[in-house]
Design a protein around this ligand. Sequence first.
Ligand code: PEP
Ligand code: MN
Length: 337
Amino acid sequence: MIIVMKKEANAADIAMVVARVEKLGYQAHLSTGEERTIIGLIGGQRPVDKTQFEVLEPVEKAMPVMHPYKLASRDMHPNGTMVALNGFKLGGEKIGIIAGPCAVESRSQFLETAYAVKEAGATALRGGIFKPRSSPYSFQGLGEEGLELISEAYELTGLPVVTEALSPEQVPLVARHAAMIQVGARNMQNFALLQAVGQSGQPVLLKRGMMATIEEWLMAAEYILANGNPHVVLCERGIRTFERATRNSTDISSIPVIKQASHLPIILDPSHSTGRHNYVAAVARAGIAAGADGLIIEVHPRPEEALSDGAQSLKPEKFARLVEETRAIAAAIGRSL
Ligand code: PEP
Ligand code: MN
C-alpha cells in the first residue's frame, strides 16, 4: 500500500503515520517530494485496510498496490492450476464440456439426456436438483430424491455430475453424490455457503454473480481457497446490463482478464449468458476462442416440455453440432477436445 500525505502535513504528522505503519508490522519507506511525502508499506504479513489510514487527518489517500485476493492470484501458480473431475482435468490442454438439463425432472429425462450428451462428446454431466428459482411458484427441483438419480447417472454413463447446493446444510449431501458442487450466481456472495463448500474439499464450480465485478468474484473464490479447498473452477454466466435482447450480457472479456489475474480454470456458460437456444452456439464458440477451459451447456431432449430454462436448452442434435464446432475452434488455438 502507498499512503499519500497531504501537502500541509508536517514532520510530526509523518512520524505519527510511520508509527502506525510500524505498529501493523510493516516497515515504512519514505519518499519525500517537493510538495508532499509518500509512505510505502514494505513487508508485513496481514492485508491492511486502507481506511485505517484514510481516516487520519494528514493523509490525502491510501492506495493498495496488491490484489485483495492472494490465494486466487496467478502469482501463487504462474502456470495455472487444473481441477480433476474423475480422469478429466479442467484447466489443462483439453477443453471440458459439461452438459445436461437445467433441472433433473425425472429418471427417464435425466438418463436420456445423459446418454445423449455422452454420445455427443460431453466430459461431464449437469443437472440441478435444488433449483434457485426467482419465483417460489416455479419448479424447485426434485430435491433429495434427485440425489440417487445423480449417483445412478454417474454409474451408468461414467460421466461425473455437477449439481448445485443452495445452502451450507446441503453441501455434505450433495458432496456424497456429485463430483462437483455448483455455487450459483445468486449465491456467489453467500459466505456461509462458500465456507461450507471450502471445507468439503470437493471440486467447486463457482458461477459469477449477475451483478458481481471480477474482483468480487475472485474474492468469493478466495473464501473457498482460504477454507482449504484448492479445487475451484470459475464460470462466467453473463452479467446484468441494460440490454434486454439477451437474458444476460456475456462478458467474454472476463475470460482473458481472469486468465491474467488468476491461476484458476474458467469455463463459460453460454446458456444462461444468452437465455436463447439460437444464440448459444455462437457465444460458446467465442468463449473457446477467448481462452475458456470449457463450457457448461443446458441440453434437454424436449425443450418445449422443460420445467426450467427450456428457451435456452439445446436439443441433443444441436448440442452434438456445437461440440464439433468447438473441436474446430479448439484446434485453431492449439487445444483439443
Ligand atoms: C443453473 O445453472 O441452472 C443456474 C441457475 O445458473 P445461474 O446460477 O448461473 O443462474
Ligand atoms: Mn438453468
